[in-house]
Design a protein around this ligand. Structure first.
Ligand code: GLC
Length: 575
C-alpha cells in the first residue's frame, strides 16, 4: 500500500473519546468541570490510547439542552473557562499526539441567541430570514417532533409577529434557515474560526435536519438547489482551510440514505458517520444471543469511498436509540436490557449504560467492547465507558448518562473538591457509585476493565486491517457467533465473538490465504496459523493450525471472543 493512499487518513485508525467538559474534571472546586481540568487529564486519555477528543458543546448557552442550545457560535461558556484555556487544551492534546474535534451545532440556535431575539422582534429585522417562518397555521406535525415528551409540533407561534417558526427539536431551539446565503456564510465563518483556533474538525449535530430545506419556498430552493451540493461545498471549504480536518456526522437514517451523506459513490461530503444501524443491531443480537442481526447489518452496510469511514459506538450521550428496529425487535431489547419503564425514554430508547444492562457480567461487558474495537470502523468511546460507569436513573431523560466522571472513591468521585450537593450533576449511586467504580482503583488492578480497554485500543492501533482494511462476514453453522475477517495489504485478522452464554466451537473456512510480507501468494495455506492477539491463554502459543483449504476450528467460551491474526509463515508483523 502506498503512502499516498493511506498515511494521512488519521480518522480511519483513530480512537475517538467523547467528553462533556462540564462533567469530566473540575480544576477550581466550583462543582463544574472545566477546560483546565480536562487539560490536566489529557495524559490519562493518552495512556488509554485515545487519539481524538470530541468535545461536546462548550459554547455559551442557557443550558436548556445541555449546551446544544447556543447563544454565540464563537464563544466559550465562561463556566468552563475561556478561549485561552481551550487553546491550552488543544496544545496539550496535540503534544500527546491527540487531535481535538468539537460539536458543530448549526441546525438551530438558542432562542436567546441575538439573531433570534432580533428576528422575532419584527418581520423587518435583518435577521428575520435567518430562521424559517410560516404565516399560515401549521398542519399536525406531532409525529415529526424529536422529543415527543416535550413538544407536540415542529412549529411554534411567535405572538409578537403572529407567525410560526420552525424547530425540529425543542421550541427554544429555532431552526436556522440554511437556504439563506448569509446563514451559510455565518456557518462557514464559525467553522473557519475554530479551525484557526486549532480544532481538527467537527462532530456535526443533526445533519439531516440541518440540511433540510423545509419551509423554504420553491423559488429559493431552485436557487440553492440540492442540500447535498451545499454539504459538498461546505466540506470543500473546510478542506481548503485545513486539509486533514474531518466532519463526523450524526445521521440516524437507513443505510441507503446515509450513503448519500458520504456523497454517494464519489464521496466528498461527510468524512465519517456514526453507524446507528450497526449499534442497534448489536443490542438486538446481544438480547437474542444470536449474531445474525449483526451479520446482516454488516452485510447491508454500504461501501464508502476509501477516504470515508464509519464510526462505531455502543453508547453515546443521548438516549440509546432503538428507533430503527421494528416494534417487536425493540421490545426484545427493552425486555432484555431495560424492561422497567423508568429505564426507557421517548418510547424508542434506553437511559442506561452498558454494564448495568449486562447485569454487571464482566464477560458480557468485555464481549461488547471487543466487538466495538473489531467491528470495522473507528471506535468512539463515551467518557466513563472505559471504567464501566453506570447511569443515574433518577436523572431526567438523557441526563441519566451525563453524570460526573468517577476518578476516585470519594463522595464527589474525585471529580471536584466541592461537596456532592454542589456538583453540576449528581454522581451515580449504588453499585456503580464511585466507591465501586473509579479510575484510581482500576489503574492499580491489572484485571480491571480500564486495563482491558487499554489493551483493546493498543491492539486495535497495531492492526491496520481493522481501520483501513476491507471485511467479510464469514459463514458457518453456529448462530451465536459473529465471525468476520478484516484484511489490509498483508495484514489479515479473524475476529470471532460468541454472543451466547454457552461455550461453542465454530468451524469455518477463511477464504483466500494471506499475502506474504512482499505480497507473495504462492504458499497457499501452508504454514499459516492463527495467532491470538489478546493474551487469553485459551489457544496454543504457536497458533491454531489452518488446514490446506483454509478451514479452521476455534473453540470459544460462553460470551468468549478472540482476535486472531492470520499469520503467514514469513510475516513479521507485531503480534
Ligand atoms: C443531537 C444531539 C442531542 C441534542 C440534539 C439537538 O441529536 O446529540 O444531544 O439534544 O441534537 O441539538
Amino acid at each position: 500500500m502506498r503512502i499516498t493512499d493511506t498515511s494521512d487518513l488519521w480518522w480511519k485508525t483513530g480512537v475517538i473519546y467523547c467528553v462533556d467538559v462540564e462533567t469530566f474534571f473540575d480544576s477550581d472546586g466550583d462543582g463544574i468541570g472545566d477546560l483546565a481540568g480536562l487539560a490536566q487529564r489529557v495524559d490519562y486519555l493518552a495512556e488509554l490510547g485515545v487519539t481524538c477528543l470530541w468535545l461536546m458543546p462548550f459554547y455559551p448557552t442557557p443550558g436548556r439542552d445541555d449546551g446544544y442550545d447556543i447563544t454565540d457560535f464563537y464563544g466559550v461558556d465562561h463556566r468552563l473557562g475561556h478561549h485561552g484555556d481551550l487553546v491550552e487544551l488543544i496544545r496539550t492534546a496535540r503534544d500527546r499526539g491527540m487531535r481535538v474535534i468539537a460539536d458543530l451545532v448549526v441546525n438551530h440556535t438558542s432562542d436567546r441567541h441575538p439573531w433570534f431575539k432580533s428576528a422575532r422582534s419584527s418581520k423587518d429585522s435583518p435577521y428575520r430570514d435567518f430562521y424559517v417562518w410560516r404565516s399560515e397555521p401549521p398542519p399536525d406535525t406531532s409525529r415529526e417532533v424529536v422529543f415527543p415528551d416535550q413538544e407536540q409540533s415542529i412549529w411554534t407561534l411567535d405572538e409578537k409577529t403572529g407567525e410560526w417558526y420552525l424547530h425540529h427539536f425543542y421550541r427554544h431551539q429555532p431552526d436556522l434557515n440554511v437556504a439563506n446565503p448569509q446563514v451559510r456564510d455565518e456557518i462557514a465563518k464559525a467553522i473557519g474560526f475554530w479551525l484557526e483556533v486549532g480544532l481538527s474538525g467537527f462532530r456535526v449535530d443533526a445533519v439531516p435536519y440541518f440540511l433540510s430545506m423545509l419551509g423554504v419556498d420553491s423559488k429559493e430552493l431552485a436557487e440553492f438547489a440540492n442540500p447535498h451540493e451545499y454539504l459538498r461545498a461546505l466540506t470543500k471549504f473546510m478542506g481548503r482551510r485545513c486539509g486533514d480536518a474531518v466532519l463526523l456526522g450524526e445521521v440516524n437514517l437507513p443505510y441507503k440514505e446515509q450513503l448519500e451523506y458520504f456523497g454517494g459513490a464519489e464521496g466528498g461530503e461527510l468524512t465519517m458517520m456514526f453507524d446507528f444501524i450497526l449499534m442497534q443491531n448489536t443490542y438486538l443480537a446481544m438480547a437474542r444471543q444470536d449474531a445474525r442481526p449483526l451479520a446482516r447489518a454488516l452485510k447491508d452496510r454500504p461501501q464508502t469511498t476509501p477516504d470515508c469511514q464509519w464510526a462505531t459506538f455502543v453508547r453515546n450521550h443521548d438516549e440509546l436509540t432503538l428507533d430503527k428496529l421494528s416494534d417487536s425487535e425493540r421490545q426484545e431489547v427493552f425486555d432484555a436490557f431495560g424492561a422497567d419503564p423508568s429505564m426507557q425514554v421517548y418510547g424508542r430508547g434506553l437511559k442506561r449504560r452498558v454494564p448495568p444492562m449486562m447485569d454487571g457480567d464482566p464477560r458480557r461487558i468485555r464481549l461488547m467492547y471487543s466487538l466495538l474495537f473489531t467491528l470495522p470502523g473507528t471506535p468512539v468511546l463515551y467518557y466513563g465507558e472505559e471504567i464501566g460507569m453506570g447511569e443515574n436513573l433518577e436523572a431526567e431523560g438523557r441526563m441519566a448518562v451525563r453524570t460526573p466522571m468517577q476518578w476516585t472513591a470519594d463522595a464527589s468521585a474525585g471529580f471536584s473538591t466541592a461537596p456532592p450537593h454542589r456538583l453540576v450533576a449528581r454522581v451515580t449511586g449504588g453499585g456503580y457509585g464511585p466507591e465501586h467504580v473509579n479510575v484510581a482503583g482500576q489503574r492499580r488492578d491489572q484485571g480491571s476493565l480500564l486495563r482491558f480497554i487499554t489493551l483493546l485500543t493498543q491492539r486495535y492501533r497495531e492492526c491496520p486491517e481493522l481501520g483501513w482494511g476491507h471485511y467479510e462476514v464469514l459463514s458457518h453453522r453456529t448462530p451465536s457467533v459473529l465471525a468476520h475477517r478484516c484484511t489490509w495489504d498483508d495484514a489479515s485478522m479473524l475476529a470471532v465473538h460468541n454472543l451466547s452464554s454457552e461455550a461453542v466451537t465454530v468451524s469455518l473456512v477463511l477464504g483466500d490465504p494471506p499475502l506474504g510480507p512482499s505480497g507473495e501468494t504462492d504458499g497457499g495455506w501452508r504454514g499459516v496459523v492463527l495467532v491470538d492477539l489478546l493474551p487469553s491463554g485459551d489457544y496454543p502459543e504457536d497458533g491454531i493450525p489452518v488446514a490446506d483449504d483454509g478451514a479452521v476450528t476455534v473453540p470459544l467460551a460462553g460470551y468468549g471472543y478472540a482476535w486472531l491474526r492470520i499469520q503467514h509463515p514469513a510475516q513479521r508483523r507485531l503480534i
